[in-house]
Each structure stands twice: as C-alpha cells, then as structure tokens.
Design a binder for this molecule. Structure first.
Ligand code: ARG
Length: 467
C-alpha cells in the first residue's frame, strides 16, 4: 500500500477490504480526458490570477499531456491505492514534475473536480446521442418517403382499425425520436454550467476566476452555489431519464419489427446481418437484435431508479454515496448508443425488406373501410345511426360471401339498400387512406406535409449534430 498524497502514513492502517470497496478507479478512469482538461483549465486560471507562476503552469501542462499520452497508449498503471482517477493523475503528475504538481490542487477539491469531470463527460454524451438520433430520424424518413402509397392496416388494441400508409406509421417514430433529441438538447442547455471552483462546498479564500475557467471549458458560465454544485447530479438523472424514454421508443419500434417479421404478419424480412440462426432449428431467423434492444430497456430503467434512490436521502453537500453515480450512467449511455447504432443499420440495411404485398393483403381482412361506408352514406343524407346500421349489414353480407368489405361491388351494396348502390368507391382501401387529409393524417397529401416538416426540423438541427 502506498502513502496518500495528503497522508502522513497513518492511513496505511486502512483495511484492504475498505481500500478496494472505496476505490472508483476501476470505472472512473473513463473520465481521464475530462479530468486532464479540467486540470489544465484550472491551472491556467490559477496562473492568470497570480496564484501559481508561469513555470508551474508550463510544467503542469506538459506533465498532463504526457499522462494523457500514457493512458491512451495503455502505458499508464492504474492502482487501487490511488483510489480514483483524480488521485491517480495527480500522483503521477507529482512524480513527473515534483512541486509544481503539488500546487495544482490549490483552490480545488476532489468534490468540485469529480462534479466537473462527470458533468463534462455527460454533456458530451448528450451531444453524441443526439448525433445518432439525427441519423435515425433521417433513416426512418428516407424509408417513409418511399412508402407514402404503401398500405398497411392501422391498429388500435392490436386489432385492424383503418388503412394507413407505411409512411404514416414510420413518421410516428420520427416524431418520437425528434422529441428525444429535444429532451437531450434541453438537458445540455440546462446543465451547461461549471462547478469548478466550488472547492469542498463553501468556495475558497483564494482569488480565483470561476467565470474564466468555465469559459475555457466551453460552459455557459459558473454554477450559482458551491454547496449545490458539489452534490448536484441532476445532469446525470436527466441523461438517465432521457435515455429511458428514448430506449422505450426504440423498444416499441423493435417490438413491431419482431411481430412484423413473424410468419403470422410477414410484413418485413430483417436483413440476415441482424438476425441469428438456431442451434437446433435450421430454418430459424431470429430477430435477436430487436429483442435485445427491447430487453435492454429494463437495465436503463434500473440505472435511473438506482441513481434516484442514491440521491433521495443525501444531506448537503458531498457524500461518498455520490461515487455510485457513474456506473449506471456509463451503462445506460453505452446501451442506448449501441441500440441506436444497431437500429439505424438494421432498418437502413438494403437487405431489410418490407413485404408490401403482405401488408396490402392484411388490409383486406377486418373490413377496414366500414367507417368510410357509413361516412359516405351520411354525406348522402342518411342519418348517421341508420348509416351505421346499414354498414353493419353490408359487413355481414361480406362475411356471408367470404369477402372483405373492400371487395364488394355496387350490386352487393344495392342488395342491402338501393341508396348505397353508388357508394362502392368508398369501400376502396387506398381511397380510404387518402381521404384522411387532416393535418397529421395519413392521406398522401398530409403525409407529404409531415415529411416536409421533418425536413425543416432536420435543416435546423441536423447540420449542427451531423458528424
Ligand atoms: N471518487 C470520488 C467520487 O467519485 C471522487 C470524490 C471524492 N471526494 C471525497 N471527498 N472523497 O465521487
């Protein structure tokens, strides 16, 4: 066991068990970049304020650059005894440059340091996730554009309801993913403030310039209150909530891909790149990718509940419980990013094919145009209650003949009631879809408007986030 930077040797009595229990170096090493950037910004500020001199700053900067290289080349030795990434880097810096390294921690505490590192990392992940959400919206939109005339049954209660276009269905997902984007984006804006310089919880007697350090790190400005800043993890809760909602949307889409690829539906054939075989049944093409995305939703919810539970009983200000903030966020962010990447590739793959014929055939089950017939009869002056009644009789006739309503002709209608004889066009599936022209509806004209709105949205946000 090595002596701590702040110790006098007495801490060597600490139990080996506690040393390991206490250490976060096993996972917080992921924050090394943010830790080094934060330290450089802090040192630059200290020098400008006359707290350290230019030689110290120069030594700190080059020492930290060297450490960054060592970590990235896999040469850095991470030791449990260093406890966390902050101590590991500072210990190495002091070994490299001596006394200048010992001056870096002036006017800073690990409490504001970890708050800074984790916040910077999380904000960057908000942006990285949003770049993927933009890609996903673009991918779904491209498919939608090809299918403004492709009929599929629209469902309520998973029962056939009314004919819609596949484009209309996919645009519903575009709307969800656009809201997800806006949620991550607003979290970024709300949390883009620097906790650095809050020190342990009360601020510092040194003449620091928090605003300058905040600006150098790309923050809007410094946070309001030092006690809040070292214990605030709202940014982490927000990314977990945002990830939970986004993953819920992915899970819903994947659920549809799974049922659509079943023999019962046969609406889609997912590319072989995203299905797997069975060890026993040679014919199987299992939608594992979609199932895993659906299944992994549970762990992201767990990550959110986990951190909410850590936070709920904490008195101000920093408490070691807060070290439990990171692993769930790392896990949720990785899970969501992987799920987004896979969904983009899976639906965008040229070998993922919609079976347009099966979709259309499914529309010919369930008498999807019964509402249209009743509406058309009403427009002819038949009272709605009577029109509804007549439409039910026509449905019964279709059943009797073993046909779908959309397959009946003028003679069939006249058999129920003479006044219906010219209403056969209202039984047409495509006409039914195309009649729903209201804003946000499934008619081709309304869908083209939706597509235009998504494109306008992409023109505003897509440029900024597209990599
Ligand atoms: N490893 C700690 C964490 O993740 C860093 C902060 C430690 N601060 C302290 N006062 N022990 O929260």
């Amino acid at each position: 066991m090595s002596a701590k930077l702040w110790g006098d040797g007495g801490e060597e009595n600490v139990s080996k068990l506690l040393e390991e229990f206490n250490a976060s170096i096993g996972f917080d090493r992921a924050l090394y970049k943010e830790d080094i950037e934060g330290s450089i910004a802090h040192a630059e500020m200290l020098q400008k304020q006359g707290i350290i001199d230019a030689n110290d700053l120069q030594a700190i900067r080059s020492g930290l650059e060297q450490i960054k290289g060592e970590i990235e080349r896999g040469e850095f030795e991470f030791k449990i005894a260093d406890e966390d990434i902050h101590m590991a880097i500072e210990t190495r810096l002091t070994a490299l440059i001596g006394d200048a390294g010992k001056r870096l921690h002036t006017a800073r505490s690990r409490n504001d340091q970890v708050a800074l590192d984790f916040r910077l990392w999380t904000l960057r992940q908000n942006a990285a996730i949003n770049a993927l959400l933009i890609k996903l919206v673009k991918t779904a939109l491209t498919i939608a554009k090809d299918h403004t005339k492709t009929l599929i049954p629209g469902y309520t209660h998973l029962q056939h309801a009314q004919p819609i276009s596949l484009a209309h269905h996919l645009l519903a997902y575009c709307a969800m993913f656009m809201r997800d984007f806006e949620r991550f984006d607003s979290s970024y804006v709300r949390n883009n403030f620097s906790p650095l310089g809050s020190a342990a919880l009360a601020g510092t007697p040194h003449n620091i310039d928090r605003a300058a350090a905040a600006k150098a790190l790309g923050f809007e400005r410094a946070t309001l209150n030092a006690a809040d800043s070292v214990s605030d993890r709202d940014f982490a809760l927000e990314i977990l909530f945002n990830a939970s909602v986004a993953q819920t949307h992915l899970s819903r889409l994947c659920e549809e891909l799974i049922i659509w690829s079943s023999s019962e539906f046969g609406f889609i054939r997912i590319s072989d790149r995203f299905t797997t075989g069975s060890s026993i049944m040679p014919q199987k093409r299992n939608p594992d990718a979609a199932e895993l995305i659906r299944g992994k939703t549970g762990r992201i919810f767990g990550d959110l509940i986990g951190l909410l539970t850590v936070m709920k009983g904490l008195p101000l200000a920093y408490n070691k419980d807060l070290q439990e903030d990171k692993e769930g966020v790392f896990d949720a962010v990785k899970t969501l990013k992987d799920s987004l990447k896979i969904t983009i590739e899976m639906i965008g793959d040229k070998e993922t094919k919609f079976n347009v014929n099966n979709m259309r055939a499914a529309c010919q089950k369930g008498h999807l145009t019964a509402t249209d017939l009743a509406d058309a009869a009403t427009r002819k002056g038949i009272a709605f209650r009577e029109a509804h009644h007549l439409a039910r009789k026509v449905v019964a006739l279709a059943d009797q003949k073993g046909l779908d309503l959309s397959e009946l002709n003028a003679a069939d209608l006249a058999q129920i009631d003479e006044r219906l004889s010219d209403l056969a066009p209202s039984l047409d599936l495509f006409a039914s879809m195309n009649a729903r022209k209201s804003e946000g509806g499934t008619a081709q004209s309304a869908v083209l408007e939706q597509i235009q709105k998504v494109e306008n949205w992409l023109a505003v946000f897509g440029e900024v986030y597209d990599s």
